[in-house]
Design a binder for this molecule. Structure first.
Ligand SMILES: Cc1cc2nc3c(=O)[nH]c(=O)nc-3n(C[C@H](O)[C@H](O)[C@H](O)COP(=O)(O)OP(=O)(O)OC[C@H]3O[C@@H](n4cnc5c(N)ncnc54)[C@H](O)[C@@H]3O)c2cc1C
Length: 175
């Protein structure tokens, strides 16, 4: 595994290193979370999601951006949807296949450990987005719809019809 660029990737096997790292981290008592102030630079989906989730947990969060509006980050452009290997259509998707496709889609230049973690938690990310109110497209039965997107041979893209980035923003930037 590449360890240059000070990427802060923990040592260990790909499939367990983040879980082990997470387990080894110190917890903050719920009673103490309000004592911490978290500074987040950038209001793209990464920053906005982190801000929404951390403030929901009770931390004080300050978010900084340099555009006219927090919603003007590059993330507003994302339209296709969010990939997750929920395998709803039973077309053979797995976390490993999502990991492999994502590495391949990034021309083998992405950081493997981080892509694996993304594939590992993608199902939870969709659930969290739904819980926070992202209006993902639904099929006629009312279940989350997904589609084949970006050349993938499986249907794993969860999308919002207006525009996915925009919809995620709309939800996450609510006060
Ligand atoms: C046209 C298009 C379509 C896409 N479609 C999809 C898709 O369908 N599905 C998908 O998963 N991905 C898609 N992507 C990729 C996805 O949008 C990005 O990977 C994602 O939005 C990146 O989010 P981010 O929060 O990391 O970065 P950004 O949204 O770029 O946010 C970075 C933030 O940091 C701020 N910032 C940077 N430097 C500083 C600084 N020095 N001080 C203060 N603030 C700073 C910026 O102003 C901005 O607010 C698409 C991208 C594009 C361009």
């Amino acid at each position: 595994m590449r360890t240059d660029f000070q990427n802060a990737v923990p040592e260990g096997e790909l499939e367990s290193l983040w879980d082990n790292h997470r387990f080894a981290m110190k917890l903050v008592s719920p009673a103490n979370k309000h004592k911490y102030r978290v500074l987040i630079v950038g209001t793209g989906l990464a920053g906005a999601s982190a801000a929404a989730s951390l403030s929901e947990q009770g931390f004080h969060v300050d978010v900084f951006c340099m555009q006219d509006s927090p919603r003007r980050a590059h993330s507003i452009a994302a339209q296709g949807g969010i990939n997750a290997a929920k395998n709803y259509p039973n077309d053979g998707d797995t976390i490993w296949r999502l990991f492999y496709d994502t590495i391949k889609g990034g021309d083998y230049r992405s950081r493997e450990a981080n892509v694996f973690r993304l594939a590992q938690v993608a199902n939870n990310i969709i659930d969290q987005c739904v819980a926070q109110g992202v209006p993902f497209a639904r099929d006629y039965g009312g279940y989350l719809d997904n589609r084949s997107f970006g050349g993938a041979q499986v249907s794993r893209t969860f999308y919002a019809r207006s525009q996915t980035g925009n919809s995620c923003y709309w939800v996450r930037m609510q006060p």
